[in-house]
Design a protein around this ligand. Structure first.
Ligand code: AMP
Length: 177
């Protein structure tokens, strides 16, 4: 699969035992970047998965979500780490392996009842994606699907999302390798 082949793997980054799937090698390649955006565009342009706005997760979700918002003619909303957004925000704290993290979104990011497509580069444990969904729901939105370039099914995030009733779409996966 051309997309998978263009993703670089860095063993033991950022710590021992982690196989870091680096999408910078995919998106610096103009064919690779276009393949990613075209694939997502084909899925969502038909309109059978109906949504109002794209929410991208800091920071690689901005690159893909921004381009996709453009091809689909939708607006783009960033979910950011704590303290980065300038106006009034809503926040959600979630558990990490050690400690907690907080993500934020502007309270006026979208109107109540908005249907949201969530975009990030990769799903591992699913913690970030579930926290993003919680934030969207606190604001009165609903998540129609969460889309990623890479799924790591062995880590369990995809199963977690599905247990919580969220739809997931991924362009490629690294399983047992
Ligand atoms: P998680 O919350 O565990 O699903 O992690 C998701 C976030 O962490 C994504 O935004 C990824 O960018 C990053 N991430 C986690 N594990 C990896 C990995 N093995 N390779 C590359 N990025 C990762």
């Amino acid at each position: 699969m051309p997309i998978k082949e263009k993703i670089r793997t860095i063993p033991d980054h950022p710590k021992k035992g982690i196989m870091f799937r680096d999408i910078t090698t995919l998106i610096k390649d103009p064919v690779g970047f276009r393949l990613v955006i075209d694939n997502f565009t084909q899925r969502y342009i038909k309109g059978d998965i109906d949504f109002d706005v794209i929410v991208g997760i800091e920071s690689r979700g901005f690159i893909i979500g921004g381009a996709l918002a453009y091809t689909l003619g939708k607006g783009f909303v960033p979910v950011r780490k704590k303290g980065k957004l300038p106006a009034e925000t809503i926040s959600h704290e979630y558990e990490l392996e050690y400690g907690t993290d907080t993500i934020e979104m502007h309270t006026d990011a979208f109107p109540k009842g908005a249907r949201v497509l969530v975009i990030d580069d990769l799903i591992a444990t699913g913690g970030t994606a579930l926290a993003t969904a919680a934030l969207i729901e606190k604001l009165g939105g609903s998540v129609v699907e969460m889309a990623f370039i890479v799924n790591l099914p062995d880590v369990g995030g995809a199963a977690r999302l599905q247990e919580h009733g969220y739809r997931l779409y991924a362009l490629t996966e690294f399983e047992g390798d």
